[in-house]
Design a protein around this ligand. Structure first.
Ligand SMILES: N[C@@H](CCC(=O)N[C@@H](CS)C(=O)NCC(=O)O)C(=O)O
Length: 194
């Protein structure tokens, strides 16, 4: 399958998940003119125009980070508990990070006016506190086993400094732990981010 990505963007979560699960993948970058690294018009692949975008071997295209992460987990049988409450906690954490954190990074990506940034900082601080509480002293967000929620969390934590909101200790610890994992080191290197 092809993962269409920008270096360091939220597609990093899917990239880490692909490496962790051992599924085979090809990385295809896109440029700012929405041209793919293999010379195609990105909008004709994903009219939404954003990454991550996953192209399956039969040409089917999947979009939306939460869905792509779920697909990787289902396909590999890894990074998502098969049943029980922990499965729902993983999906809950993904939805929370997508709607309450990722979308609140927009003012910092696009340089919105300061009052909007300040409002976003307040909401982000609350959301980080909730995740830190959930993390507690566990190794990963939901349990002591890594899940797709941790792949997304790592990207969320990479971007956090752009907002100027300080990370609670449990999240700073998670970031240090995650960035030392072989899958994360490899994903960053493959995206040219060393
Ligand atoms: N709803 C999408 C949002 C993905 C998204 O915001 N991707 C950003 C990169 S992190 C993007 O492609 N931005 C390019 C643009 O908005 O033109 C998802 O959850 O996958």
């Amino acid at each position: 399958m092809n993962l269409i990505y920008y270096p360091g963007a939220c597609s990093l979560a899917d990239h880490i998940a692909l490496i962790e699960t051992g599924l085979s993948y090809r990385l295809i970058s896109i440029d700012h003119g929405k041209k793919t690294g293999d010379g195609r018009d990105f909008l004709s692949i994903n009219p939404k125009g954003y990454i991550p975008t996953l192209e399956l071997e039969d040409g089917t295209v999947l979009t939306e980070n939460q869905v792509i992460l779920n697909y990787i987990a289902e396909k590999s049988g890894k990074l998502l508990p098969g049943d029980g409450i922990l499965r729902w906690r993983v999906l809950e954490a993904l939805a929370f990070m997508s709607s309450e954190i990722h979308s609140r990074y927009q003012p910092f990506f696009r340089d919105f006016p300061e009052p909007e940034k300040e409002r976003a900082r307040g909401k982000l601080a609350q959301a980080f506190a909730i995740l830190a509480d959930q993390m507690g002293d566990k190794t990963f967000l939901v349990s002591d086993e890594m899940t797709i929620a941790d792949c997304y969390l790592f990207w969320v934590l990479i971007v956090a400094p752009r907002s100027g909101v300080e990370l609670p200790e449990a999240l700073a610890r998670s970031f240090d732990h995650m960035r030392a994992l072989p899958s994360v080191i490899r994903a960053l290197a493959e995206e040219g981010l060393g």
